[in-house]
Design a protein around this ligand. Sequence first.
Ligand code: ADE
Length: 232
Amino acid sequence: MQIFILTISPETFQGPFNCGLFQKAVDKGIVKVDIRNIRDYTHDKHHTTDDSPYGGGAGMVMKPEPIFEAVETIKAELAQQEITGVPVILMTPQGQLFTQAVAQKMNQYENMIIICGQYEGVDERVREHLVTEEISIGDYVLSGGELAAMVVVNAVVRLLPGFLGSPQSLLSESHTDGLLEYPQYTRPQEFRNWAVPDILLSGNHAEIAKWRENQAIIRTKQRRPDMIERAN
Ligand code: ADE
């Protein structure tokens, strides 16, 4: 998978993409992340990427020209490798809510371009004529789309084959089957007088599976009744 990220703040991405499992995935060639500075696609002395809104009002709006030029440059590079139809995703609090189902859909993309919005947003013509999908990571407003892009990229990339040591863990984790995951325990068997449930020590795999399924349902009912309703 190849992911292009357009941002005015490329340094923000240093940590999450340069350590741990993500770095390993990059080293193994499972994912390639190409972070491009939108300022590099400006042509004025001050590398201007924003301007005041027509009609007045507070804040600044990201200008369309450098964003269009950045996306079109990447598309032209990909077209040379005969790659076309690349999704262009805008991170915005106005977008479709990001869920595990959306992560699974995006996991099928071989290439994608992610635009990180800033300030009061981006010029509407970017949305209308360039972007194919708009994504929000939740009903709150961040100071920019960078953190949101990191969340989305992490959730999508960890689903790629070879990313996780034991891919079976993807099958039972929270949100994959519309339920929260069952409680997990590891050694010691007893910690500060709190014991691991007997059933998990029984060796009876059928009974353990039943207990876990039950626990997942109880837990989801208690914590996320909205998920149970949707599962029904
Ligand atoms: N940019 C600012 N807030 C955001 C959010 N909640 N999701 C995606 N991008 C954003």
